[in-house]
Write a protein that binds this ligand. Structure first.
Ligand code: HSE
Length: 433
């Protein structure tokens, strides 16, 4: 099988090395012999791994994809352009495509899957969500008959590392981010990770697989982690919670409407996702018959992500040989409900002037919007005080209206961090009997 590799960053270079190093082992195990036809890169002058023959490198990605002897195309360029055009032209030429490009799949996955199906070939993208962790294939195959109720994932290693260091070692956000960058765990420009954009693309892909939802990566509601302070993390710990950035896709009120979103949330310290620390990823799935499942592992980095690409490559090559292809994900017209309609408990932190009557005014604002307080703590800060509230379950729109009213009270100096709280009993329950 001749493989055209598009892109030779961390993952591309790791895949190329695995293909060279494991060639014999893969052939023994699968009967497939992979060879690189070429590696298309933007910058031909950049140093490349010594194990890779320099003659393989080309600046002409389009020419490489169109070469008649190329059987399979692996796209690891990332982004929409030129990846989309190259992937589409490979599929139209009857060549299966393996991609790790979450932005492309989250934005154009449905149309590209149609092109793949029309041409009888695979479009596989296990590496696009949670790196080495198998989640696409389990959703598409193992859970093909399951009624998935909720998918909740820690799908960004950078933010999970930062939040773990804040919780475990009392670091503040900037310090933890700087350390993640120094260790090469965070990009030099980490904005797509810390803003939730990276997780939003992954949430859209998970929603498409779990619910047939046609939500695009760009339209997923998202909040990142940049506003979380060391003091919020300390409160969460004291109250028995862990703060995690979650990508959530779930049926609302049993469906068919869905919610797809990314935001930090306080999880009970006993929740299985609370144990996912450092750069690790995990996807927690709830199915009507299957109950709860969790998939855990390394969600980023060259070799782990290349491992997922390699699995897809073998699958695509096997299918190509037998004339089969993976079924395109089922699509259903789903209504994506805005977060304002959803119900959740909330953590709210307020900086207020420390004098009599302030608490009464604050409590009145909560009551006026039907948001009931479950826990309140106060810390004195000289002439000011910090009030921290945990609410009972409330409609998010009502909580936002409360926050707007609080901002208008002159003794409220600042509305600080606001986080959704996942309650210990907030699961979709035991499997149906
Ligand atoms: N930058 C991502 C992360 C990996 O930190 O998990 C690629 O999506």
């Amino acid at each position: 099988m001749l493989v055209a590799l598009l892109g030779c960053g961390n993952v591309g270079a790791a895949l190329a090395s695995l293909l060279v190093e494991r060639s014999h082992e893969i052939e023994t195990r699968t009967g497939l012999r992979f060879e690189l036809a070429g590696i298309a890169v933007l910058d031909l002058t950049r140093p490349r791994p010594a194990a890779l023959d320099p003659a393989l490198f080309t600046g002409d990605a389009k020419g490489l994809v169109e070469r008649p002897d190329v059987d399979v195309v692996v796209e690891l360029i990332g982004g929409l352009d030129p990846a989309r055009t190259l992937v589409e032209s490979a599929l139209r030429a009857g060549k299966p495509v393996v991609t790790g490009n979450k932005v492309l799949v989250a934005q154009s996955g449905a149309e590209l899957a149609e092109v793949a199906t029309a041409n009888g070939v695979d479009l596989l993208y296990e590496a696009a969500v949670a790196g080495a962790v198998p989640v696409i294939r389990p959703l598409r195959e193992s859970l093909a008959g399951e009624r998935v109720l909720r998918v909740m994932g820690i799908v960004n290693g950078t933010t999970n590392y930062i939040l773990s260091r804040m919780a475990d070692d009392g670091m503040d956000y900037a310090e933890a981010l700087a350390e993640a960058q120094a260790l090469g765990l965070a990009e030099r420009d980490p904005s797509a990770d810390v803003s939730g954009d990276d997780a939003a693309a992954k949430a859209a892909i998970l929603a498409a697989l779990a619910f047939g939802s046609d939500v695009l990566g760009t339209t997923v509601e998202r909040e990142g982690i940049t506003a979380i302070r060391a003091v919020d993390v300390a409160y969460a710990t004291r109250l028995g919670y862990v703060i995690k950035l979650l990508a959530v896709a779930e049926l609302v009120d049993g469906g068919p409407d869905v919610s797809v979103r990314v935001h930090p949330a306080m999880l009970p310290a006993t929740h299985p996702l609370a144990a996912v620390r450092g750069p690790f990823n995990a996807i927690f799935l709830e199915g009507e018959a299957a109950g709860e499942l969790m998939l855990y592992g390394r969600g980023a980095g060259g070799p782990p992500t290349a491992s997922a690409v390699l699995g897809d490559l073998i699958d695509a090559a096997r299918n190509l040989r037998s004339g089969a292809h993976a079924p395109a994900p089922h699509r259903a017209a789903t209504v994506v409900r805005p977060s304002a309609d959803l119900r959740s408990a909330f953590y709210i932190s307020l900086d207020v002037v420390d004098r009599s009557g302030v608490l009464a005014a604050v409590a009145t604002a909560f009551g006026a919007h039907d948001v009931s307080i479950r826990v309140m703590e106060q810390d004195g800060l000289g002439g000011e005080a910090r009030l921290v509230f945990l609410t009972h379950t409330a409609r998010e729109g009502d909580v936002r209206a409360t926050l707007d009213e609080l901002r208008g009270i002159d003794t409220v100096e600042r509305v600080g961090t606001v986080l959704r709280v996942v309650e210990a009993d907030d699961s979709t329950g035991e499997p149906a009997t």
